[in-house]
Design a protein around this ligand. Structure first.
Ligand SMILES: [Zn+2]
Ligand SMILES: [Zn+2]
Length: 480
């Protein structure tokens, strides 16, 4: 009997009839939501077949979900919310039912405490309804979450660990999307400063599902991203907004647990609320957009200045969009990968090059008064050197790529005699909030750079340098 209960069961009534029923039972040992999704997918595909057979003409492709919920267990509801979001997500195999709309009570936003385990779901298409009963049985280890942990440099494991519990002034975020950043590769390899064992992931978006202080209750159910810097807020450096110098400075995804997990803890003061229209994917890549906006601000970009971006990866593209939005003109891009250059062109790069020599010749032709702003995102010493050369008198050179501790020789007079500004862009506190405002207002949208989605289970392929180097790859996202 126990064995039977531990298997997922599908009780489907006659699919040609008006009602479709499904009972899902999470396995006590294996709590992975994906199997439940598989069962639900079977149900939904049956529903679609049935719907198409009967109502070919009336099919407007919209499904409406009504959920009747009974207050018992909280975790099972969260699993169900995961299912709904997964179904609405672009990586869902049922991409053709994208517009599932939850209605009252809205399980996306209702406080988890007040909702429960048994859901009556009604799929409604114009005049016809297909009620579907989904029962998610609670099991003992629902309180453990999946997380990708870097145990020590070079050793990554997918583990089940206790759900984090927020302390006073903190919230718990259920992670819905988290960006895979090249900096995470450095964290995994141990070439950048981090504290191990560590859950990486500093580009995250999700929904607040628990708070540590009763006064923060209003955050529950809200879609959020946030700043990663954790500081004391009281020392002389914090008062001067020089967060990185705070003696208590820590960064989410580097010194404290990041978003490569189902849940993440964040100080309430770091949160940025996002409107419903901003997708989880877009929300997850606000941090790198913040880097682009910080670069544009540091370089004092204004309308009419010319620019070059070295490297058309995610950071280069974010710099491109931010510089363009700030008024820079005739922006030239350099990258070795033609696919990325074509993408940069579609985002407004004037000319694109794979050869630094050709780029220099084009800059002389297209920027006759010199290039005002040069941004390096490659971290390649030779490219950095070329970038300094390309920067005009009084111009700004912005190193925004990680050089992996390599050193280079430089003739200081190059900088001195050109009155050049060299502006490090490695720490951009506060710009995620700026990015959130721009995206919420619809003035900057960067989601189209996302080319790949992965589950945490697919980490070995998602975190392989071969994957990232492949043609067609720009930005990957984990959907925990
Ligand atoms: Zn990053
Ligand atoms: Zn401080």
């Amino acid at each position: 009997m126990r064995k039977a209960l531990q298997r997922f069961c599908l009780h489907r009534k006659n699919s040609a009839a008006n009602g479709l029923g499904l009972v899902l039972r999470p396995n006590v040992a294996d709590r992975d939501v994906i199997r439940q999704v598989a069962c639900l997918c079977i149900l939904l595909s049956e529903f679609r077949k049935c719907q198409q057979r009967r109502h070919n003409r009336d099919n407007d492709g919209r499904a409406l979900i009504a959920a009747a919920v009974f207050p018992t267990f909280t975790r099972t509801l969260q699993a169900f919310v995961c299912l709904l979001e997964f179904l609405a997500h672009p990586c869902c195999p049922l991409g053709s039912i994208p517009r599932l709309r939850p209605c009252n009570p809205n399980p996306f936003t209702a406080p988890a405490q007040s909702l429960g385990t048994t859901l009556l779901v009604v799929f409604r298409l114009k005049n016809l309804s297909y009620p579907c009963l989904i029962i998610l049985w609670p099991s003992v280890d629902w309180d453990a979450m999946k997380a990708l942990v870097v145990q020590k440099p070079g050793v990554v494991e997918l583990v089940n660990i206790d759900d984090p519990v927020p302390g006073p002034g903190w919230v718990r975020v259920r992670v819905c999307a988290v960006g895979i950043c090249m900096t995470d590769f450095e964290v995994i390899q141990g070439t950048i400063e981090a504290r191990y064992p560590l859950i990486p992931g500093h580009e995250w978006c999700g929904i607040v599902d628990a708070v540590g202080s009763p006064s923060d209750q209003a955050w529950i159910g809200r879609k959020v991203t946030g700043d990663n810097e954790i500081t004391c807020g009281e020392c002389v450096y914090c008062r001067r907004s020089e967060w990185r110098r705070c003696p208590h400075y820590e960064q989410i995804g580097f010194e404290t647990s990041g978003g490569y997990a189902e849940y993440l803890l964040v100080p309430t003061s770091n949160l940025h609320s996002l409107p419903e229209e901003v997708s989880f994917d877009q929300g997850a890549i606000l941090e790198p957009l913040g880097v682009g906006l910080a670069v544009a601000k540091l370089a004092q970009t204004r309308p009419g200045l010319t620019a070059i971006i070295l490297g058309a990866g995610p950071i280069g593209l974010n710099c491109l969009t931010a510089l363009k939005a700030s008024g820079a003109i005739r922006i030239l891009c350099l990258d070795l990968r033609k696919f990325r250059l074509e993408f940069a062109r579609s985002w407004g790069a004037a000319e694109v090059y794979t050869d630094p020599g050709e780029l220099a010749a084009a800059a002389a032709r297209l920027h006759p008064e010199g290039t005002d702003i040069v941004v390096d995102t490659t971290g390649d010493i030779e490219i950095v050197r070329a970038g300094i050369e390309l920067t005009c008198f009084g111009g700004a050179f912005v190193p925004a790529g990680f050089c992996r501790h390599k050193s280079m020789e430089i003739e200081p007079d190059t900088i001195h005699l050109k009155n050049m500004r060299v502006l490090g862009a490695g720490c951009n506190s506060g710009f995620t909030g700026v990015a959130a405002r721009c995206v919420a207002a619809g003035t900057l949208l960067t989601e189209s750079m996302i080319t790949h989605h992965y589950r945490l289970e697919e980490y070995s392929s998602a975190l392989s340098r071969d994957t990232v180097a492949a043609d067609g790859y720009i930005k990957g996202i984990f959907v925990p």
